[in-house]
Design a protein around this ligand. Structure first.
Ligand SMILES: Nc1ncnc2c1ncn2[C@@H]1O[C@H](COP(=O)(O)OP(=O)(O)OP(=O)(O)O)[C@@H](O)[C@H]1O
Length: 263
């Protein structure tokens, strides 16, 4: 195998270490992401998926183990690793185009180039008409597309997405998944995406990393060998959904029991 884009090697994350509130969120977690691969993280609530994304983004450090990007240790945030959160964090005082071009401005690109790239990206995510609008004038789905365009402006090698469509209604969510697949194909960036939706995982992923309950580690890695676009009514789709549901069920039960015991 070529060098992985991301390597998660035996990672442990303890929050509030050395305090009575110490909590091991992740333990002995290992998996790789290949360049351009779409990997979905699926696991029970609280198993440490967001904690891992923050570490991959370079916003937090592992307690133990190694996180490598292109073979080098992750030591802080980098524009090659874009992050998209559940709610788009756009600057309310800037237009959509200015939001998308913000990173390019910081990088010192000239105004004409910034504007051209922002327009191209907004066209790509279906927001050509929103160039001069402010975030408050857009729907949640449109704001999320703008956030995607902003992340893409930095030409990231990987995009980390933390439940990016969870706040959207079902129809908008399906459309966003289509958009994302097109953008992912064009950009050739890798994606590491957290979702609670088994259907979304099967619709999108090359591989699905199923986690155990906290402390999170890999329970199983499932390859999704189905051509895209995938039809949720396809028997192979349904079969995989059921299998993933079974894999998760024990872990979700365990997570609930532990949560109840701690209340
Ligand atoms: N900054 C933090 N400080 C202390 N504890 C934290 C912090 N962030 C997360 N945790 C704890 O770590 C554990 C894992 O949280 P995390 O958000 O990573 O899980 P998750 O799998 O993303 O959960 P969910 O699916 O519900 O979003 C939880 O018990 C959480 O309370």
């Amino acid at each position: 195998m070529n060098q992985p884009l991301i390597s998660v090697r035996n990672v442990r994350k303890v929050w509030n270490e050395n305090s009575p509130k110490a909590l091991t969120a992740i333990d002995a977690l290992s998996f790789d992401v290949a360049p351009g691969e779409f990997v979905v993280l699926l696991g029970p609530s609280g198993c440490g998926k967001s904690s891992l994304l923050y570490m991959l983004a370079g916003l937090e450090t592992p307690t133990d183990g190694e996180l490598l990007f292109d073979g080098m240790p992750i030591e802080g945030p980098d524009t090659e690793r874009g992050m998209i959160f559940q709610e788009a964090s756009l600057y309310p005082w800037l237009t959509i185009a200015e939001n998308v071009a913000f990173g390019l401005k910081l990088r010192g690109e000239l105004p004409e180039k910034r504007e051209r790239i922002a327009r191209e990206l907004l066209l790509k995510v279906g927001l050509a008409d929103a160039v001069h609008k402010r975030p408050e004038e857009l729907s949640g789905g449109m704001r999320q597309r703008a956030a995607l365009a902003r992340a893409l402006s930095m030409r990231p090698k990987v995009m980390m997405m933390d439940e990016p469509f969870a706040a959207l209604d079902i129809q908008t969510r399906a459309k966003m998944q289509d958009h994302l697949l097109k953008i992912w194909r064009d950009s050739r960036a890798g994606v590491v995406m957290v979702t609670h939706s088994i259907e979304e995982a099967v619709a999108l992923a090359d591989r699905i990393v199923v986690w155990t309950a906290r402390p999170g580690r890999v329970k199983e890695i499932v390859s999704v060998d189905m051509p895209r676009p995938r039809n949720p009514r396809d028997p192979a789709f349904i079969e995989l959904q059921l299998r993933l549901g079974d894999l998760l069920a024990d872990e979700v039960d365990r997570a609930f029991r532990e949560m109840e015991a701690s209340i």
